[in-house]
Design a protein around this ligand. Structure first.
Ligand SMILES: Cc1ncc(COP(=O)(O)O)c(C=O)c1O
Length: 462
């Protein structure tokens, strides 16, 4: 039985998969400030039109440009591994596989969309991109893509992560990017957040507001904003993960997958692995598909499906998604990339349909799982990824109790070599579990009172 399954360069998928073409109930549109659906041209100050076209596309398959593939070949197709040593340690009859996305130069799945986003912006004549970053993975990925494609990159990094992960900033600078802590005094949104609380740990919602503000106020018109998760075109670019994984499983004769798992902040790495399997489920396959979030930021498991802004300063359109409210500032856990108040609308709609089953796991169980994984499989995973590892371990133990030979696959979305401070604090016993009290959630949800409500559209099949 092979431990590592690889594909040749010429076996890489040449099209991305767009789940919008197959959802049993249609997606509801983003809304403008007046409560009416926005038109694509209203997004033009923020994104280039070629990406907006992907955002609204209903085509099932979208070609990956050759020049994008030429850059992706540097680490793609990424390996699929069988966690034989973890299986043995758990004594499980399950076969556990993981897709190793940590082999990209910045160390995560994020360049799968950073490269095409930078490329499409360059094609459109854009010279500079602004963005936010949580743990620093996305800021690194966009800086890397900017260097290879030839674009200037400016990154607003959430304050708590900026302080916890200083090496990420140096990586961004090595690729020619600029990285500043958010909230910053440079933007109106940043100044407002600092006025409210000068010691705020920051949040992705605030950092997004700052990055959008800088892009849309550039008088040259040559700056656009780039988002590392949440939006349809970002999830689209990530589907190369699941499409490769399916080819790899097929290659070794694994014809039936039982459980698919990914951690979810905005939802892009989860969707990237899972959506090609969701298509199988839509077509009748029986698969448990699990996005995993922290108990400290329980967007999918405890928040309502509602219309909300993607950022704190309400600069984005209203998106139909599970949300804790755009003002919500999650506790400063180490999985910075999972500290987001919302989730991708495409994921929310698959939750509403019952096609996927979200799960929340507390921080200490995740670190324990990450340490078990490091001591069996050898890889030190990112704190975000540890949520997927913890869920895979739960599922493998369940398979043992049930005496079932299940096939489990999870996304190893990134390595944790820049996140060792979190591991250090875990070993020192300084980390705690945060379970968000219900009254805190209710307080945060005041922010969406009075906003339009989406319909609950579901086919009732799942
Ligand atoms: C390694 C890693 N995994 C997962 C995530 C969560 O993002 P998403 O849900 O978009 O994949 C991040 C975000 O920063 C990350 O760095």
């Amino acid at each position: 039985m092979p431990v590592r399954v690889v594909l040749n360069q010429d076996e890489i998928p040449r099209q991305w998969y767009n789940i919008a073409a197959d959802l049993p109930s249609p997606m509801q549109p983003p809304l403008g400030p007046d409560g009416n659906p926005i038109s694509p041209d209203m997004l033009a100050p923020v994104f280039p039109m070629n990406l907006i076209e992907q955002e609204v596309s209903q085509e099932r398959w979208i070609d990956i440009p050759e020049e994008v593939l030429e850059i992706l070949y540097r680490w793609r197709p990424s390996p699929l591994l069988r966690a034989t040593r973890l299986e043995k340690a758990l004594g499980t009859p399950a076969r556990i596989y993981y897709k190793n996305e940590s082999v990209s130069p910045p160390g995560s799945h994020k360049p799968n969309t950073a490269v095409p986003q930078a490329w499409y912006n360059k094609q459109f004549g854009i010279e500079k991109l602004t963005t936010e970053t949580g743990a620093g993975q996305w800021g690194s990925a966009l800086s890397f893509a900017g260097a290879l494609v030839g674009l200037e990159v400016k990154v607003y990094m959430v304050r708590i992560s900026f302080d916890q992960k200083p090496f990420r900033k140096i990586m961004m600078e090595t690729w020619g990017g600029t990285c500043i802590p958010s909230p910053s005094p440079n933007t109106q949104a940043g100044r407002a957040a600092l006025e409210k609380d000068p010691d705020t740990p920051g949040s992705l919602g605030i950092a997004i507001s700052e990055a959008i503000e800088e892009a849309v106020t550039d008088p040259s018109g040559k700056t656009r904003y780039s988002l590392g998760s949440v939006l349809n075109h970002v999830l689209l670019h990530q589907t190369i993960i699941g499409l490769e994984a399916k080819k790899q499983l097929e290659k070794i004769g694994e014809n039936k997958v039982d459980v698919v798992i990914g951690c979810a902040g905005g939802g892009s790495n989860f969707a990237g692995l899972a959506f090609p399997f969701v298509l199988d489920k839509i077509n009748g396959a029986e698969i448990d598909i699990i996005p995993v979030e922290p108990t400290s930021c329980p967007t999918m498991t405890r928040a309502p499906f509602a219309y909300d802004h993607g950022d704190t300063a309400k600069m984005t359109p209203l998106l139909p998604m599970h949300t804790l409210g755009h003002d919500f500032i999650p506790p400063p856990i180490h999985a910075g990339g999972l500290r987001y108040h919302g989730i991708a609308p495409l994921i929310s709609q698959t939750i509403v349909e019952g096609l996927i089953s979200p799960e929340a796991i507390p921080q200490l169980e995740c670190y324990e799982a990450a340490v078990t994984f490091a001591r069996t499989e050898g890889f030190v995973v990112a704190p975000e990824t540890s949520h997927a590892v913890a869920s895979a371990i739960r599922e493998a133990k369940k398979a043992k109790e049930e005496g079932k030979e299940k096939v489990i696959i999870f996304n190893m979305s990134g390595h944790g070599l820049m996140d060792l401070v979190g591991y250090d604090k875990y070993f020192a016993g300084e980390l705690v579990n945060h379970v968000l009290p219900e009254d805190e959630i209710q307080r945060a949800l005041n922010a969406i009172e009075g906003l339009p409500k989406p319909e609950i559209n579901k086919s009732g099949k799942w």
